[in-house]
Write a protein that binds this ligand. Structure first.
Ligand SMILES: [Zn+2]
Length: 110
């Protein structure tokens, strides 16, 4: 089951990369974790150095996709905009752009 999910998440990452990043975004791996990252409860994380995205396996798929897009926003902030991944207005705009695109894609494929 996780394999299918990883496939979906990789596809989403590919779409975002192609549409918004000219395929320049590097995500080395997407991993599932038990909902705790560095001792704290967390739905997801983006590790700047290893370029790994972690997704909590305790959330339903819909939330996981949201989390993935949130973490992709941090990757985008870091790699494409060359700034620290902050939770600010700029990040919010990127996130909604990603959401809109993926929403469109998911509707088509359902
Ligand atoms: Zn965040």
């Amino acid at each position: 089951m996780n394999k299918t999910k990883i496939k979906i998440f990789l596809k989403i990452t590919k779409i975002i990369n192609k549409k918004f990043c000219k395929d320049k975004l590097e995500i080395n791996k997407i991993v599932f974790f038990n909902g705790k990252h560095k001792g704290k409860k967390n739905d997801g994380y983006y590790a700047v150095n290893s370029k790994i995205i972690g997704i909590s396996k305790k959330e339903p798929l819909f939330c996981q996709i949201r989390t993935l897009l949130h973490e992709l926003t941090h990757a985008y902030q870091n790699q494409i905009m060359n700034c620290k991944g902050k939770h600010n207005k700029q990040g919010e705009r990127v996130f909604y752009k990603f959401m809109k695109e993926i929403d469109k894609t998911l509707k088509i494929s359902v």
